[in-house]
Ligand binder design. Structure first.
Ligand code: MN
Length: 287
């Protein structure tokens, strides 16, 4: 079986505010060159650890729409409270994952929870945008939320853990439903570990480093880097440092045109114009 090679390493030292609650490294974006190598993933925003002071008025992002894809929110520190027009909602606490399918259209808001806002403290989160294939872009909105306890926590190497969020690892399955084949693992170690993953030939694989470092051939990569692997090959061997934490995303690429405009991701410009018109006409619902 062939080893996968490293395609590129992405990072973004600069941070930008999303609303007033999320100070993120916009590490992954669906640019023309990159799109093919990250699909079905579109975007990754990493809110690296940041301390927030206590406040009565929760910080976050007010009401906005989405159509044509899914947002996945993983909390590591702090809490996010979410409401959407399909009736989905809840508080995403550390270790919890929320998977929102915008499909034909949703309106939502995303704020720090009341509890976290009042107490203040460290905040760390990842938000992913996952594309939908053409035939599912207008699917009914859907909401999946699983708590830390509901996500299988498996053994990785000698001292590590693998949280199986979606897809398969060995003979186990993650709880989240996905429209296209996706594997999503949260990794952590205590000691140095040499680990190996096997993914389908032709699939795309990304790895975000949140803590610690990993060695790949002669190079070492540390936090806030995303490694993007080649589609060819099946095996990824990694040497992880002690106290490593990272997120692996793997998925079968959706080989369809991507036209992204703000909160909408469709296949054509005409569909984007329709999305804007439908949102303005109130067809994506309200809170
Ligand atoms: Mn949103």
């Amino acid at each position: 079986m062939e080893l996968k090679k490293l395609k590129t390493v992405l990072n973004s030292q600069q941070r930008q505010w999303v609303g007033n609650g999320f100070f993120v490294h916009g590490i992954v974006r669906p640019t023309k060159d990159l799109q093919k190598h990250i699909s079905p993933f579109l975007l990754m925003d990493y809110a690296s650890p940041k301390k927030f002071t206590s406040t009565e008025k929760p910080r976050g992002v007010g009401m906005h729409p989405h159509r044509g894809f899914e947002t996945v929110t993983l909390s590591y520190q702090g809490e996010v409270e979410h409401r959407d027009s399909s009736g989905g909602g809840g508080v995403i606490k550390p270790g919890d994952v929320q998977w929102m399918t915008a499909g034909r259209g949703i309106v939502h808001d995303e704020f720090h929870s009341h509890n976290f806002s009042q107490q203040g403290g460290q905040f760390e989160m990842v938000q992913l945008w996952v594309n939908l294939p053409k035939k599912e872009k207008m699917t009914a909105p859907k909401y999946q939320g699983y708590s830390k306890k509901q996500i299988p926590n498996l053994i990785l190497g000698q001292s590590g853990n693998l949280r199986l969020i979606a897809g398969k690892y060995k003979d186990q399955h993650g709880p989240f439903f996905t429209f296209t084949p996706i594997n999503m693992y949260d990794l952590s170690t205590r000691q140095e570990e040499e680990v190996s993953f096997r993914f389908k030939n032709g699939s795309n694989t990304l790895l975000l480093i949140r803590r610690g470092s990993l060695s790949w051939e002669k190079a070492t990569y540390d936090k806030k880097n995303v490694l993007v692997f080649e589609q060819e090959g099946e095996i990824i061997n990694l040497k992880l440092s002690r106290d490593f934490e990272g997120l692996i995303l793997n998925g079968e690429p959706i080989n369809e045109p991507v036209v992204a405009h703000g909160p909408f991701v469709m296949n054509t410009q005409v569909e984007i114009s329709q999305a804007i018109a439908d949102y303005q006409a109130g067809k994506m619902g309200q809170l």
